[in-house]
Design a protein around this ligand. Structure first.
Ligand SMILES: Cc1cc2nc3c(=O)[nH]c(=O)nc-3n(C[C@H](O)[C@H](O)[C@H](O)COP(=O)(O)OP(=O)(O)OC[C@H]3O[C@@H](n4cnc5c(N)ncnc54)[C@H](O)[C@@H]3O)c2cc1C
Length: 464
């Protein structure tokens, strides 16, 4: 029997996290095998963050132009999807071709194998008929894919996922969006701003159910202002599709009809296909549990969506950094170095941004989460339209800052920043939560006038 080809590290899945780990370890001189069954780079550059933000940039430009009427004269805009589709095809994805990313990895000294990787024993990964051995360990960065809910009639219909939405070359007249989370809302607003009739159906009683109730209210008002029909607290019991499009039958007797149906009801990792049982791990888990060095087991690390710490590119990159340092320091199956100085994963200050207009950024705990965890808290809020910059901004100035203080320690443990540039303003709040900056210090700080972030000072003064 031929011996499996050997590498120092095998990386399964070269999405955001896996590509970073594989590339940096190869640059550091390790023998690295990267296995990818789709496109090197993963979801974010081809069907996620980047193309969706290009769509949002275009849709927001349309609405900004329309706001001229209230600020600077008259503007007439004629929406056209063609430049958006062309930009995504040509600038973002090179027509969904990963040659540059693949060449970049190989140029760093990595070996790329295309196909589906599966663990077949400790340090052993199979791709097709080939088995490879990892001397130091295996890194799993296999990401996530859309959850398709088990709604009667849905399977087998030509529903869209984010892939179809991003690859669109022509807009339909109407779209129903199943799911009122970040991805569903961002895409719903884009389509509405391009003149598509959009309905959002969400089973929870509010949009962005994981965020502050004020964020849900703001998102609901913003989408309604764009003409989006919103159904919250509505379970979809059945879906049918015929030549005229989709019909969603909601609990009660409501229906929603649309030409197209976008399913955006969350994402899940597919652990059942990874061969985890061959290394003594349970393939029926939802996510790969890790320690704070991203170690799943001896000689196995995980990064990104598959770990369940938050489906964000910045989480995948953050975790990749921890894995890289752990491996380069000698961590792994064969040797364990002195790891006292290595970074440990810490999700206290996890930032997330829903890129609707207004943007809704949040970091750390919501008020509810803080109370549920037993913190004694103070809450401080301020409305953006009441700030100088919000008042100057006028049309499109909706938003707020909300702060959650751990009253015993006198530090922020959560914050929401919603409004124009809400995601950018969030940066200051993320520093405060991450760095445990005393609220007394935030109170003494000088906030530039008239910025949106100056409203943080107002919210700090309102903590009670
Ligand atoms: C529409 C949309 C918008 C988003 N917007 C944002 C945003 O604005 N900001 C943000 O931070 N995040 C955003 N995200 C989330 C972000 O894209 C993901 O969190 C990120 O891509 C996760 O990276 P990853 O490395 O875990 O996995 P992925 O990027 O999903 O990559 C996993 C890779 O593994 C490959 N793979 C899977 N199984 C195997 C196997 N067995 N063998 C070989 N290869 C395999 C897949 O083909 C894939 O290329 C968005 C996602 C979507 C869908």
């Amino acid at each position: 029997m031929t011996q499996p080809e050997q590498f120092d590290v095998i990386v399964m899945g070269l999405g955001v996290g896996g590509e970073e780990v594989a590339g940096r370890l190869a640059e550091a001189g390790l023998a690295v095998l990267g296995i990818e069954r789709g496109l090197v780079g993963g979801e974010c550059p081809y069907w996620g963050c980047i193309p969706s933000k290009m769509m949002i940039r275009a849709a927001n430009a349309l609405v900004e132009a329309a706001r001229v009427d209230q600020l600077a004269g008259r503007a007439t805009v004629t929406p056209d999807w063609a430049p958006v589709a062309a930009r995504i095809r040509d600038e973002a994805t090179a027509n969904w071709d990963d040659k540059r990313a693949a060449d970049r990895f190989v140029g760093k000294g990595g070996r790329l194998v295309r196909g589906t990787g599966r663990l077949v024993g400790p340090g052993l990964v199979q791709v097709g008929d080939d088995v490879f051995r990892a001397r130091r360990g295996v890194v799993i960065g296999t990401g996530s894919s859309p959850v398709i809910p088990p709604i009667e009639g849905l399977a087998g219909t030509p529903y869209w996922t984010n892939h179809d939405a991003v690859e669109l070359t022509e807009l339909p007249a109407s779209v129903a969006v199943l799911g009122g989370g970040a991805i569903g809302l961002e895409l719903a607003q884009v389509f509405a701003r391009f003149g598509v009739r959009v309905s959002v159906v969400e089973g929870s009683d509010r949009l962005l159910a994981m965020e502050e109730p004020e964020s849900s209210e703001l998102a609901t008002a913003a989408l309604r202002a764009d003409g989006v029909e919103i159904h919250t607290g509505m379970r979809t019991e059945r879906v049918s599709h015929d030549k005229d499009g989709f019909t969603l039958y909601l609990a009660g007797d409501g229906t929603v009809r649309a030409d197209r149906l976008l399913v955006a009801t969350g994402r899940r990792a597919h652990l059942e296909e990874l061969g985890l049982e061959s290394v003594g791990l349970d393939p029926a888990q939802r996510y790969l549990g890790t320690d704070d060095r991203m170690r799943v087991a001896d000689g196995i690390w995980a990064v990104g969506d598959v770990t369940g710490h938050g489906a964000f590119t910045h989480i995948a990159m953050y975790e990749a950094g921890i894995v890289i340092q752990d491996i380069l320091s000698g961590g792994g199956a064969e040797s364990r170095g002195d790891d006292r100085v290595l970074p440990r994963a810490d999700y206290r200050a996890l930032p997330r941004v829903t890129f609707t207009d207004p943007e809704i950024g949040a970091v750390g705990l919501t008020e509810r989460q803080a109370r549920d965890r037993g913190f004694t808290i103070r809450v401080g809020q301020t409305r953006l339209p009441d700030s100088s910059r919000g008042w100057i901004h006028k049309v499109g100035n909706e938003g707020f800052i909300k702060l959650i203080e751990d009253a015993e320690r006198g530090i922020l443990i959560g914050a929401t920043s919603a409004g124009p540039s809400g995601g950018e303003v969030l940066g200051a709040l993320a520093v405060a939560v991450h760095g445990e900056v005393p609220v007394a210090t935030l109170r003494q700080m000088i906030y530039a006038y008239p910025t949106f972030h100056r409203a943080i000072g107002d919210a700090v003064n309102n903590l009670k």
